[in-house]
Ligand binder design. Sequence first.
Ligand code: SF4
Ligand SMILES: [Zn+2]
Length: 123
Amino acid sequence: MQNCPKCHQSVSSSAVTCPYCRTVLKAYGHPGITLHRAVGDTPLCESCTYHADDTCNFPQRPDAQECTLYDNMNQRQSDREALPSTSPNLIHALRLCWQQNPTLLGLLGLAVVSVMLTLIASK
Ligand code: SF4
Ligand SMILES: [Zn+2]
């Protein structure tokens, strides 16, 4: 379920148009793609990840009122904060291990490839 950006009613996430106010919710011709809409006069780009990291080259940037590729950076930030705290530690530990033992990890990779080739050749 999602909320209609115009009338704020709860509607099915697969709805192409809002059943209450008929606002188009999906991109025209692409019913699987959500068409994000600005609320009020504030362009979507102001809260978009791709505007913040300067990777968007859409011509409607920075004043997009509608966009299919909009990515809410505030939502992304709160998703990141909701991740279990062990995930960054695990990634950090793996990165540290890679930096400190590149030879060992290279040898381990070679051993895995050798075992796989041996298994393939024995069939
Ligand atoms: S992806 Fe859309 S909303 Fe995001 S910066 Fe580009 S034009 Fe703006
Ligand atoms: Zn609506």
